[in-house]
Design a protein around this ligand. Structure first.
Ligand SMILES: [Zn+2]
Length: 426
């Protein structure tokens, strides 16, 4: 009987796996479609335009979990079957453009930012729908576009332009979280250093929760994209370098904010290997980084805090975590609407705390929780987070999403990361 039960469980397990697999195979090729967009506007308004469609050779994501389960991000898109109107794929994401829209500058001028989305390559005609999230939390549709995947003008990306090294290989990409590192500010003769720098970051990440408990679920790729000059651009010093993806400090006039607006170059290089998340590794001793959900993350190679910064940035980029700090200088104004529960899993306005980590609180923990030594290692609700000292609450006194001095992620961030890893590897 025991054995029969086991057999039945195995049988049903295989059946559901096969069903999901055949759903993928029915609707998608094991390649990526990439839609390049221009997002343009100001603080009040935004519009979107499609610039190009591409076919890329790899799909690194899950073949089973195709529909978003998190509802994270300031934008989301849907791939809708033309015949049945079923949602075949969906995903949330964030952009540098939406961050810029919260700066003072966006009140006075218009700007345009390049953006890309990727998804498995559909076999049949479909409708692409792009939604924007508003400050009240509601969504509206920015773009509805019918697309024929057999259109001869969809550009087919040629790969093999760069050396690709697999730094850590634990298995097939569809069942792994593939972190793809791009070399930025490394000249052609510095690629040994680049690969060693990726390995150092990988080794550090895999010793920290929730990576540690899932370390057999990660692949690390290094795409050796050479730069003409060594090191990144540092605008406030008047230093501008010719580099692979044109990363620069001083984004939005903040010294440590390292970003690249050359999204096209980044995605072109990333097409060389399968990935779930792109990391731009910048050859520099300087302190700084950036991370945007389902967009990409950036960090440096040689700063003494480079590893702590990198895991923080990938916390944004891969797990959708918010900043838990509120005392450092940022360019954003009123980033979170205090009348709405934010979508990020690790902060709350207490508008809908039940949807967050309320179940992880012990019955003895007061809400809000005083930031006293008594609650130092307690999951609570501590006021201050998301760039403001009042009205936004965080789960722990200290966390990697708050400071470089924290021991690691708080329990809520670990839990959110663990859920994302499971989603991407099933
Ligand atoms: Zn945290």
């Amino acid at each position: 009987m025991q054995k029969l039960l086991v057999n039945i469980i195995i049988f049903f397990g295989m059946t559901s796996c096969l069903t999901a697999q055949s759903f993928f195979d029915k609707h998608f090729e094991d390649k990526s479609m990439r839609i390049d967009l221009i997002l343009a506007g100001n603080k009040q308004n935004q519009t979107v335009y499609i610039t190009e469609l591409k076919k890329e050779p790899y799909w690194g994501g899950s073949k089973n979990n195709l529909k978003d389960q998190f509802n994270y991000g300031e934008y989301r898109f849907f791939i809708i079957d033309e015949n049945t109107s079923d949602t075949l794929y969906s995903k949330g994401f964030c952009t540098l453009f939406e961050e810029w829209r919260s700066t003072e500058e966006a009140k006075h001028i218009n700007k345009a930012f390049y953006q890309t989305v990727t998804f498995p390559y559909p076999k049949n005609e479909f409708t692409f729908i792009l939604n924007e999230r508003h400050r009240d939390g509601s969504f509206s549709t920015m773009l509805t576009q019918k697309i024929d995947p057999s259109d001869v003008n969809i550009r087919q990306t040629q790969t093999g332009k760069y050396e690709v090294a697999q730094i850590i290989n634990n298995g097939p990409s569809h069942q792994m979280v593939d972190l793809l590192f791009i070399a930025e500010g490394y000249q052609a003769d510095e690629m040994d250093k680049f690969k060693k720098d990726v390995k150092k970051h990988a080794d550090y990440l895999l010793k920290q929760s929730p990576y540690l408990e899932n370390k057999e679920k990660f692949n690390f790729w290094a795409v050796c994209s050479p730069s003409q000059e060594s090191g990144p651009s540092e605008p406030e010093k008047g230093v501008w370098k010719e580099t692979a993806v044109q990363a620069a400090f001083n984004t939005f006039y903040v010294d440590r904010y390292l970003e690249s607006t050359n999204v096209k170059a980044i995605r072109d290089i990333a097409a060389e290997a399968p990935y779930d998340h792109i990391v731009v590794l910048v050859n520099s001793k300087r302190y700084g980084g950036g991370g945007i959900y389902n967009h990409f993350s950036l960090g440096t190679s040689d700063n003494y805090l480079a590893h702590e910064v990198m895991i923080h940035e990938i916390g944004h980029g891969l797990f959708g975590l918010a900043d838990e700090y509120y005392t450092s200088d940022v360019a954003y104004q009123d980033f979170f609407n205090l009348k709405v529960e934010p979508w990020q899993p690790n902060i709350t306005t207490l508008i809908d705390f039940n949807s967050k980590w309320q179940s992880m609180l012990s019955s003895h923990t007061p809400v809000p929780t005083p930031a006293d030594s008594e609650f130092e290692n307690t999951t609570g609700v501590f006021e201050g987070g998301g760039y403001v000292s009042k009205g936004v609450y965080r789960p722990a006194i200290n966390c990697r999403m708050k400071s470089n001095e924290a021991k690691g992620f708080c329990e809520v961030c670990k839990n959110a990361g663990d859920k994302m890893i499971k989603f991407l590897t099933q």
